[in-house]
Design a protein around this ligand. Sequence first.
Ligand code: WT7
Length: 631
Amino acid sequence: MSNSNKIDEEIFYPSEEVIQQARLKNWNDLADFAAKDLEGFWEKEAEELEWYQKWDKVLDDSGKPFFKWYTGAKTNIVLNAVDRHQKTYRKNKLALIWVGEDGDVRTMSYFALNREVSQFGNVLRAMGIQKGDRVTIYMPRIPEIIIAMLACAKVGAVHSVVYGGFSQDALQERIDDSQSKLVITADGGWMNGKIVELKKIVDASLRKCPSIESVIAVKRTGHDVRMEPGRDYWYHELIKLPIANGFCETEQMDAEDPLYLLYTSGTTGKPKAILHVHGGYMVGVYTSLKYVFDLTDQDRWWCAADPGWVTGHSYIVYGPLLMGATTFMYEGAPTYPYPNRWWALIEKYGISVFYTAPTAIRGLMRFGESWPKKHNLTSLRLLGSVGEPINPEAWKWYHRVIGNERCPIMDTWWQTETGSFMITPTPTVPLKPGSGTRPFFGQEAEILDEEGNPVPDGEEGNLVLKNPWPSMMRTIYKDPDRYVEQYWSKYPGKYLTGDSAKRDKDGYYWIIGRVDDVLKVSGYRLGTAEVESAMVSHPAIAEAAAIGLPHEVKGQAIHVYCILRAGYNGNDELNEELIQHVAKHLGPIAKPEKINFVDSLPKTRSGKIMRRVLKARAQGLSEGDISTLEE
Ligand code: WT7
């Protein structure tokens, strides 16, 4: 839900207790330092981490917008997330607490994590995976997804995690684009009491993926799956082999060497692979988690996202482990078997910092306060929100019912591309529900009109970032031109976010939403073009246009307008068939809310569908400038 046109002036101040606890009492101390000395700030942060070899230069902008950070340095994110903890008391503390939807529990100390990551790293090397090779990971939320990511990073392979909620076309496209040699998956995972058939989807995708040499499957559910001899291997068998011992050398990587690819939706049908690197990404994620959630190694941190999205990469896996904290992960649905599952987990495991998305809060709000009220949530000290604007109503519920009015809410604005928080408060900053407050240390934002002039405070415009930052994407994999074109050409020298926003008189930023053809459905990013191409792959559909319309829980829901081919009838049966078709090809998250059968679509004279016009019509709003419309 967007909070456009409304700027809420209610302000929440931190309590004495929050200020007492906070590592950073005064935002300005660091903001001023970073504003004066950007490189100095990021050098100081980097010095808190381990490097095999230090950098020659903190920031190299000679090839901008292809910025480089910590050039000349050698490290590996695993050196800091796992290896260095072995030398301290953290060796014996919990790195991970995991709860399955079915009630299974697994915990791992940093020692155990290192051991299993090393074992699996040895397996990867034995299978011929080398530095720079791409590996696709398509898994449920189980401990092995974390182990797989870390093992890839450890041996210098580039992981490409595909969210388990995507289906065969999405997976196939991503495997093919990355030219992965290996897929790591599972027989399935538990979600809402049912098995998600991941292995089956992998098998279907691999019919069209010649780059894949082998598949490794984790046995999670134990139900029957087909294993192709000579191609498919069980994880639990591989890690019992003598080669899979617990000693595995961590590959020394250049700071600028790729760590992972993560596909995200843009304006075209083809998802783009955002590339992040070992050095700068590590520093950005570490620094942001340290100041924003004030994380220490005393914390039990729960980021309730999925590792398949950037939120999970940065803040389930890498960030908390870089901090030496305990990261908590739950496999299943928040409402299974009852709508108190999350609250029960917070109580049982003493979660101290909890980070989720507005759509989840709105969804759980519907079940009423009695569910969280059954639980003692006093272990919480901070809350977080991410993924889309949080409407003030949901913010206040979260603050009052979950945080008991004690816990500040860190509304963190960022993107797959930014790698870490870009507009965000820290715990002692006064909060306004629905605003992520101000740009993080070292960053400056601007709101520009189409000509590139800053708009006056209170007016809407395009949000841009002015300064480079260490965890920024380095390029779009295999498509550097698109990187320059998409992010750096509308306003040369400034990073175009694709969001519209307003700034208020106190300098607080209010995100309104995407200005491009990107949808945010339950916080998930999807391109209208991807939904449209899934639709037209059905024989009944000649043409389709997808738009997002406001939805009470999901934020946005997908509405499709389509023209049928001759001989088809737009009846209920076809409607249902099309919804299932999209789910099968793209994934359940992309299911249209409503399909409308129409005779024509609004188009420009050059034949581009004017989704903006469809959207305005659906909401009974003015159609705006339609001078280019030719219906
Ligand atoms: C888009 C990026 C980065 C983590 C998850 C999403 C929207 C993200 C907020 C927020 C308002 C937000 C923006 C952004 N967004 N966080 N706190 N308030 N909007 O990553 O899938 O790359 O999506 O999510 O529209 O551009 P992503």
